[in-house]
Design a protein around this ligand. Structure first.
Ligand code: ADP
Ligand code: MG
Length: 496
């Protein structure tokens, strides 16, 4: 929904404006601002006591308040307010006294004929989100509102126009939502995906939402415009709706930017409108234009008092925030000397604590990260930091070959045992120095003719015989001798 005070004047393309009939070869920049709706993880609805839970028998989580029956009054859910504050504080927003407003429009899935939302006095104002790349995206506001019910249009193409009849499920009506509005700071589809990924991780970290795009608990409306690269003014934007996954978001934005560039390049203008993303055709199509946009006739909700959280409560919520993904990237960056962008994957998988401890236990940070990134994509199971550090020591001292390291690591993940225990059981123990010398001497004694050729032969002959003896030693030790040690012993015995 388009709500909230405008935060950037739209540019009307006039004859002579840059971009109108832009010269061939003009480079274009995409500008994106996102409105993300997150369902909050409360037990009950925003203004009533029925359950906030996904799915369930249609119309089984309903009550007179969320159905808007006459004579009912909303009672604000304290936990929803706390979750909204957690998100706001995590984004560095200012938590302000706020006012609920009625946003009036008619739709069957909204039985009151208005939605209770926040308009000119939202609870969270300002803030920003730092992406793994280091880019900082400004946040305009993050306000509370109630979700609508769900309509299913039966017959025709599933849209209301040509449906034979419609079904309404009010289980979702009144579920608390936080709408998080970004500044138009994003510059590509990839960056928009990175933003949603980071925002989702932040919502999950503070326990505000489950972030399930596939269940609609995280929904994205994407505003996109294009402008000639270097232009200081924004182009006319379109708002794209019905984007239900990160992949669709990327596709929809790329399609929409290309469509607008083609229009402007051929001398036409972009009409400011809301467009519908069609997953099957891979296109957007007009839904409604700004001119025919609904006037929501906002006014303060008379049944609710202003929301003025006690400053002590705000400070308590702030002090209870967990470490955020951004902070965890920076913490690991400080410990490993690697850039935060490189560490996003490890943090995303929740493996940063292990990486940190293994590094603090003295393991080589690069080796720690390499194992986490390449060999532990499916999780670290029962692997301990000390175990990983120990394994890396064995790897780097040549006690284990790289194939053996992988095998031992996989075993450690399931058993939680130490690398030494696993390596011993697998028979991967490196042959000790004394034992190896004995093996080398025995093999020399068993092959006097070959040994003679090694000692007296020319370079080629010596090389060939070294290979022969090394092979024999490896066979005798089942491949567990260190090649360097064998070469040194052979050289020593040959008196070279
Ligand atoms: P409205 O009140 O019509 O919804 P807003 O000013 O609140 O408009 O902006 C809604 C979203 O659109 C915000 O996320 C904002 O960043 C984005 N936006 C605004 N102008 C542009 C633009 N020219 N190009 C791309 N996105 C924009
Ligand atoms: Mg808006």
């Amino acid at each position: 929904m388009s709500d909230g005070p405008g935060s950037g004047a739209d540019i009307v393309w006039e004859a002579g404006s840059p971009g109108l009939g832009a010269p061939a070869g003009t480079e274009w920049e995409t500008v994106i601002g996102l409105e993300v709706h997150a369902e909050l993880l409360t037990r009950t609805k925003l203004f009533s006591a029925s359950l906030n839970s996904f799915g369930g028998e249609p119309n089984s989580h309903i009550d007179p308040v969320c159905l808007g029956l006459p004579g009912t009054l909303p009672v604000l859910n304290r936990h929803a307010v706390e979750l909204a504050m957690r998100v706001g504080l995590a984004l560095g927003a200012e938590v302000r006294p706020s006012i609920f407003a009625r946003k009036n429009y008619y739709y069957p899935d909204m039985p009151k004929n208005y939605q209770i939302s926040q308009y000119d006095r939202p609870i969270n104002v300002g803030g920003s989100l730092e992406l793994p790349s280091g880019k900082v995206v400004g946040i305009v506001r993050a306000h509370l509102e109630e979700d609508t019910g769900k309509s299913t249009h039966v017959g025709g193409a599933g849209r209301i126009d040509d449906a034979a009849w419609s079904l309404v499920d009010y289980n979702r009506a009144g579920v608390p939502l936080l709408e998080i509005v970004s500044h138009p700071d994003l510059r590509s589809a990839a960056e928009a995906r990175e933003y949603v990924t980071e925002l989702r991780a932040t919502l999950l970290a503070v326990g505000a939402s489950d972030g399930k795009m596939e269940e609609g608990s995280l929904r994205v409306d994407a505003n996109v415009s294009v402008r000639p690269l270097g232009s200081a003014e924004f182009g006319t934007r379109c708002e794209v709706k019905n984007v239900n996954s990160l992949r669709s978001l990327g596709r929809a934005l790329e399609y929409e930017a290309r469509r607008q560039i083609e229009l402007l390049s051929s001398g036409e203008r972009v009409a400011q409108e809301t467009r519908h993303w069609n997953e099957d055709t891979g296109r957007t199509s007009p839904l409604r234009s700004k001119e025919e946009a609904t006037d929501y006739r906002y006014f303060p909700e008379p049944d609710l008092v202003p929301l003025v959280p006690d400053p002590a409560w705000i400070e308590q919520v702030r002090s209870e925030l967990p470490l955020l993904p951004r902070q965890r990237r920076h913490r690991l960056a400080a410990a490993t000397g690697r850039p935060p962008a490189r560490l996003a994957l490890v943090v995303e998988r929740g493996q940063d604590e292990l990486a940190l401890e293994a590094t603090e236990a003295g393991a080589d940070p690069e080796a720690v990260l390499k194992h986490l990134e390449q060999n532990l994509a499916d999780g670290t199971g029962r692997l301990t930091a000390a175990g990983l550090a120990g394994l890396i020591t064995m790897e780097q001292s040549g006690e284990l070959t790289s194939n053996q390291v992988k095998e031992v690591l996989a075993e450690m993940v399931t058993s939680g045992e130490s690398p030494a225990t696993v390596a011993r059981r697998a028979g991967f123990e490196a042959v000790g120095a004394g034992e190896l010398a004995g093996v080398v001497d025995r093999i020399i004694a068993e092959h006097p003719a070959e040994w003679q050729r090694l000692c007296a032969g020319d370079d080629r002959e010596r090389k060939k015989m070294q290979g022969f003896f090394t092979g024999q030693v490896m066979r005798a030790t089942k491949g567990q001798a260190n090649g360097r040690d064998v070469a040194a012993l052979l050289a020593d015995r040959a008196g070279a």
